[in-house]
Each structure stands twice: as structure tokens, then as C-alpha cells.
Design a protein. Structure first.
Ligand code: SF4
Ligand code: SF4
Length: 342
């Protein structure tokens, strides 16, 4: 993998170049005390040393609402797919891991053309975390650093960013006159930063190694904790909506008032919501919040690992931040392991 270095002062000129190139450029902007991925209008708006964003960049590749077909009478046709190249700038390693999982899911079996078209036009510029968020536990999920799944990856070092080039598309968007070959000292700093990333989240960790989570969950299908979660959980679905790895959706038709046609669209859904488990004939398969919570944690810690060899939870901590009932994956997984140790 090609390795380069770019000075911190070169970030604004690089973003200026990207914005002038006609590409859509998404970056992190500050809103009061929080951060959001949004379309950049000016290069100076991009924040690179944020802790965590409210939502992951998933929303650009797999939008919360997406029109699938516009129909008129029996005829239906797909809306024109957007072709403009898009750069998402400043994606943390755990969100890159989440996008790799979504790539595997939407490429599996019946490939999802809507997701794949959005993904094909997206160039990912990652950045290592310099300011960890309070609830993140990505080191214990193996997602605090990243080796693939990016087009360009930046690691902050003294006065500069160490640059790893992950693809030809990534090479193409680099500002050629502003990148240099790293010195031995800069390479050493990069390796040091990668090691530090593993201890940066040490206070908050899932004690069970990721590859052992499926067996842990399997063993505790009937653990009393699922019933305890039933008493606390509000079934609001916020945890699903902020999760970078959740990809379930509902499909609905929206008719014109004169019923001459309409739009079929999909929108995000969540396994904690009661209607999610309601089937066409009216039965609800996971009526209780104990069962819905168990399903959620089995998806995160068992099914995804078994099917795609990737964790379904990347330890971003967003669900913990947004849960009014203080339900936290670290506590759930560690509570099961504690039972194990007794
Ligand atoms: S955010 Fe919390 S309360 Fe709401 S559904 Fe998720 S676990 Fe339950
Ligand atoms: S389950 Fe929670 S911590 Fe894990 S990836 Fe989803 S939002 Fe992040």
C-alpha cells in the first residue's frame, strides 16, 4: 500500500481543490456541541478532530428514505440514479468497518442495485480518531484502526497526516503537489499512533473477544437479563436509527391524491419497533421487548460474525448515547460473560 505524508496546513487547499472539481464533498461539521456529516459548502467548515458524529456516513450511501420506483398505472420506472462522484471526508475507522459490513450485506445474494450505485460513486477518506468519545468501545471490537475499506486513510502525526492510499480512486483525488514521501521518523510516529489507538478506548471494553461472542450469546439465549431489558427498554428504536451497521428497511407505496400513480420507496426500519415484527397476516413474531432486545444483540454479536466474519457492532457507542433507558452493549455483553465466569 502506498504511503505518503501531507501537512496539516494542506487540508484546506486539498478540500478547496475537491470542492472545485465538481464532486459532491461530504465532511463533518460542528452543530453546537455535536458533529454531523453534511455536504460541505466551504473547505474551512470541515472538522477533522471530532469525537463522534450524531449519525454515521451510512445515511449518504443508504439514505433514510429512498425512492425505488415511480409508477403511473401499471407502468413503473426507476428514478434516474445520481452519477456525480462523491467524497466523504474524515470517516473514523469504526464507521469504515461498518461500511465494509454493509458492502458485504448488500452484495450478498440478490445484490441491491440502489446501495451498490451509491457506493460505486463514493470515495472514502478515513481519519484515525484523535479525540475518543465517551461511549466508544471500538478497540475491544477490533475496529479502532483499519487496514482496508478506505480509498485514502489519514493518521494525525506531528504537524501532518500520514497517508495510506487504498485505491486508484483515492490516488486520483490526492493533491499531487502537496503530498510527500514520509521520513523514517514519520513512519515510526504512524506505527506508534496505531498502537495508541488500541489503548485509547481502554476504559470501555467488551471483555469477551469478538470471535467468542457467538458462543457466549448462544449459551445465554434464556438468560434473565433479556427479561430485565424488557422492563427498561422503551421500544423507541433510537438505537437502530443511529447504528452504522443496521440496514433493515420497510417498503411502502405513496399514492397521488387522484390515485393516478405514485412512488414506491424504502425507509429505515428497526428491530426494536413492534411493527417491524408484524407480518402480512397480522401476527407479531417478537411481541415482547425481551425477545426484540435479544434479537438485536444476537444480530450484533452472533449472526453477522457467523455469516460475514465481521462484528455487527463496531463499538461506536452511538446507541448508548441516545438510549433514554441507558441500555449499553458493553454492559449487556459483559453481564453475560460475568454469569459465565461465576
Ligand atoms: S434506544 Fe434504548 S429504549 Fe430505545 S429501543 Fe433502543 S434499547 Fe430500547
Ligand atoms: S450497536 Fe451501538 S455501539 Fe454497536 S455499532 Fe450499533 S450504535 Fe454503535
Amino acid at each position: 500500500m502506498e504511503e505518503l505524508v501531507i501537512s496539516k496546513d494542506s487540508m484546506v487547499p486539498w478540500l478547496t481543490e475537491l470542492l472545485a472539481s465538481g464532486r459532491e464533498v461530504i465532511g463533518v461539521k460542528k452543530h453546537r456541541k455535536r458533529y454531523r456529516f453534511e455536504k460541505l459548502e466551504k473547505p474551512g467548515e470541515a472538522v477533522l478532530d471530532y469525537d463522534v458524529t450524531l449519525q454515521s456516513p451510512k445515511k449518504f450511501i443508504f439514505p433514510p428514505r429512498e425512492d425505488l420506483i415511480a409508477f403511473s398505472g401499471p407502468e413503473g420506472k426507476r428514478p434516474q440514479a445520481e452519477k456525480t462522484e462523491r467524497v466523504i471526508f474524515g470517516v473514523h475507522p469504526y464507521d469504515l468497518h461498518a461500511i465494509s459490513l454493509l458492502d458485504a450485506v448488500f452484495n450478498d445474494g440478490e445484490k441491491d442495485p440502489y446501495y451498490l450505485e451509491q457506493r460505486a460513486r463514493t470515495i472514502l477518506v478515513g481519519i484515525d480518531v484523535s479525540k475518543p468519545s465517551l461511549n466508544a468501545f471500538c478497540a475491544s471490537m477490533g475496529t479502532a484502526t483499519v487496514e482496508e475499506g478506505f480509498d485514502v486513510m489519514l493518521t494525525p502525526i506531528e504537524g501532518a497526516y500520514f497517508v495510506r492510499v487504498g485505491s486508484a480512486a483515492g490516488r486520483k483525488i490526492l493533491p499531487k503537489k502537496l503530498v510527500k514521501t514520509p521520513t523514517d521518523n514519520q513512519r515510526a510516529q504512524f506505527h506508534n499512533e496505531q498502537e495508541k489507538a488500541q489503548v485509547r478506548f481502554a476504559l470501555n471494553r467488551v471483555e469477551t473477544p469478538v470471535k467468542e461472542l457467538p458462543a457466549l450469546l448462544e449459551k445465554h439465549q434464556h438468560h434473565p437479563m433479556w427479561e430485565e431489558l424488557e422492563k427498561r427498554c422503551l421500544g423507541c428504536g433510537s438505537c437502530n436509527l443511529v447504528c452504522p451497521t443496521c440496514y433493515c428497511f420497510d417498503v411502502k407505496d405513496e399514492m397521488a391524491l387522484d390515485l393516478s400513480g405514485g412512488v414506491r420507496y424504502r425507509s429505515w426500519d428497526g428491530c426494536l419497533l413492534k411493527d417491524f415484527t408484524r407480518v402480512g397476516s397480522g401476527e407479531i413474531f417478537r411481541e415482547s421487548l425481551a425477545h426484540r432486545n435479544r434479537h438485536r444483540f444476537f444480530r450484533k454479536g452472533k449472526y453477522m460474525i457467523e455469516k460475514y466474519q465481521k462484528p455487527g457492532c463496531v463499538g461506536c457507542g452511538r446507541c448508548t448515547t441516545h438510549c433514554l433507558a441507558d441500555i449499553n452493549p458493553v454492559e449487556v455483553f459483559n453481564a453475560l460473560a460475568q454469569k459465565e465466569a461465576q
